[in-house]
Ligand binder design. Sequence first.
Ligand code: ATP
Length: 569
Amino acid sequence: MDQPRHSNHHRRRGFRGKNNTRPRRARTDESRTDAASSQTTAAAPRQAQQEEDTVMTGATPEVTVPLDDAKFSDLKGSNLVHPTLIETITNDLNFSHMTPVQAATLHDLLPPSRSDCLVQAKTGTGKTLAFLLPALQTLITNHRNQAERGSPAVSLLVISPTRELAMQIATEATNLLQRFSNFHVRLAIGGTNKDQEERRILQSCNVLVATPGRLLDHMANEDVLYTFRSLETLVLDEADRLLDMGFSKALREIVSKLPNKKEVNRQGMLFSATIAQHVHQAADLVLSPGYKFISTVPAGEANTHQRVPQLLIKVDKFSSVGAAVVGCIREEAKQHQDFKVIIFAPTAHLADFYGHIVSQLSDMPPVSILHSRISQSRRTKTTNEYRDAKSAILVATDVIARGMDFPGVTTVVQVGIPSDKESYIHRLGRTARAGAEGRGIFIVTEAESWFPRWTLKEITFIPHPADVSALAEVEAIATVMDETDRARIYQAWLGYYKNHLKGFKWTNEELVAQGNTFAHEGLACPETPPIAKSTVGKMGLKGTRGLVVVPDPPRARSGRATRGRGNRS
Ligand SMILES: Nc1ncnc2c1ncn2[C@@H]1O[C@H](COP(=O)(O)OP(=O)(O)OP(=O)(O)O)[C@@H](O)[C@H]1O
């Protein structure tokens, strides 16, 4: 890894407005650092400078930056970036100034340097353009197109952990290439027609945006594999997620099928708002030794935006959480005529539960639910509708926690503790993007309060009273819910909190006692919902007092009992 890199001038952070409307109010934004640490664990900021930026009115609130900041138009005549790309950015996308991460990485990533880089910058600060611009410039420089080569050759491969994010990145790449007719951006994501994807890739593909599993499937086809023969750039977006336990095996396999990095002079880029230790350990999969680590997040500072108020609502017990969710949305409605909220729930079934509760209340804007148990076509429709909505509530799991860029999200509500600190940061990052305003609300029970206190100790929460006046309404809605659905929610609750036993300092018995109270009081179940024997075993709760264990249904005994049940998000 490289030694610290320092630049001689200060750059200010922020986004210049697309519309030059009058400033509405001032705020501070995050600090910028010019250099990466020589340590492998953290970026050491040389300058951690706080500046006042100005929010602009308009559909997408934006922030002015001082005129001495890096502008895309400064690149004109530099021969570094194709003039058509610059025109697209400044005239079609209407971006005049670079964001800090774009300014900090551009020269290292662009040809001729084309350095391998690990890049960290806070959520919503334009990392996508930061990697697409140099990678597309490489594509343009080397003129990889089908007409020239005879058969398609992929120049840029971007790997994303989720399908929704892959689609968003592909759209951004297509927008950037809109003035070039000879380049094609393709997708390889799950849940869609694989043959159709394959045909498109083989027809013409310069940029491929993929999720790991589907990409591996495609790589089994020799013809598709051949399209990677001269791959010039490999980007892992949300690198820390891709390199964690769940994805690293698939990723290793993908990289092993690609041509030798040195032989094709392939550039590697890893981007994320959070860089956990395991990323440094696994970075050599994609980056060459001596890679640069560029971070715009000052060391020791929380990765969340300082300007975003983060409210902490504590409720006494799990059965009060639903009412607290309703209470905080009603408060939101009092403050804004139009508001866009994302409610993050720990599991798909809990997202269904909160989504159902909120959707049954007549005073709520349109409510939609998004998680991995929903079909891809429905997921895509929901994502698009929410993106375009002026006022809406989206209840989701971590499937949209990373990278998703929904404009105008006023509030992110996190219900119950997330799986880890990174998840909290990325979820919160769905609001206050591109310099816009937004706030976070974190609803926890007293029992969960160890999480904000210890796991998120860098964050200064603003304590906020819980409004649980909707308790009776929530109970009335839960009472008439399908019994099987309630049993699934209970089971999902147990499965999720079982993973956090250590934090709670609970035994299995205490977990089940809490879960049973939630079932009776929160889900209005007259009896403790039964759980199939094999499921209890899989949850690691065999022999735990308080559970109602029933024999596996016949299907289960043939080995398919729990298909589609677990705790998928
Ligand atoms: N230079 C710029 N000026 C103004 N807006 C920009 C600029 N660059 C990017 N944006 C916009 O900022 C928003 C956030 O960008 P992007 O989604 O790339 O953020 P990110 O840093 O990747 O966030 P996350 O960490 O959540 O993935 C997008 O709407 C994007 O179009």
